[in-house]
Write a protein of this length. Structure first.
Length: 243
């Protein structure tokens, strides 16, 4: 029903849907550009995942109700550590995976302000290495154009969901767990980036726009020091207002 509702407003395609997990333990990992990311992932997943979301969303009237309904796991995305998951949230996610569940994670933590990837945290990789869960990389294209960080309302745009083959979580022999998680995170990030098309210039914030989160103690130096190799420029010139 959600998929049909979303299609009333956005024309979207899904490729590689056979790669979405039907059973766990498994972790769906995607880039994060928009408020629309989670609803679309939830809509197309044959077995509904449990999301890990920013704890601040629990304080919002509509999103808070929705995430409680979906039994989402709250995390502190502004924690300065490489894995901003509290012990309680980590144990909850761990138990869910060990029970054969499916998680959905946005390793960037927050929505990108300019279309480029933010720093990918290694929490999902740590969970995968601990439980043996597979990681399913997903590339979301056009979502920035549909509802970028700096716009209050969404608009129509062509959306594309690309589901890549699962990645097996294995720690190389003799490699410390933290380093193994970092390598796995980079590997998955690069797979997602390989099909990601950067938004065109007309969808970027206006020159005078100020990112409100730059005032946070954790600044947006979260941009990767070494940006991955993206696919190409995304041509989405048909974006138009929805509301």
């Amino acid at each position: 029903m959600l998929a049909k509702f979303l299609r009333l407003f956005w024309n979207y395609s899904v490729s590689g849907i056979e790669n979405l997990p039907r059973r766990g333990p498994s972790i769906i990992v995607a880039n994060h550009s928009s408020y629309l990311d989670a609803p679309f992932l939830y809509a197309v997943a044959p077995v509904k995942p449990r999301f890990m979301v920013w704890e601040e969303h629990y304080r919002l009237p509509v999103l808070g109700w929705l995430y409680r309904l979906l039994d989402a796991i709250p995390v502190d995305i502004w924690n300065e550590t490489p894995t901003p998951i509290s012990h309680k949230a980590y144990r909850t996610a761990l138990a869910h995976l060990r029970a054969g569940g499916i998680l959905a994670v946005f390793p960037e933590g927050g929505r990108t302000p300019d279309g480029k990837f933010l720093k990918w945290r290694s929490g999902a990789a740590r969970l995968a290495l601990t439980t043996g869960a597979s990681i399913v990389p997903v590339t979301l294209n056009g979502f920035y154009a549909a509802w970028p960080f700096h716009r209050r309302r969404p608009r129509r745009a062509r959306l594309e969901i690309i589901v890549h083959p699962p990645v097996k979580a294995e720690a190389p022999k003799g490699v410390p767990r933290r380093e193994a998680a970092f390598r796995l995170t980079r590997r998955v990030r690069d797979i997602v980036a390989s099909a990601y098309r950067l938004p065109s210039a007309d969808h970027l914030p206006p020159p005078d726009w100020q990112n409100p989160y730059l005032r946070s103690p954790v600044t947006r130096r979260a941009l990767e020091d070494d940006q991955p190799q993206y696919a190409s420029l995304y041509s989405d010139g048909n974006a138009s207002g929805v509301g």
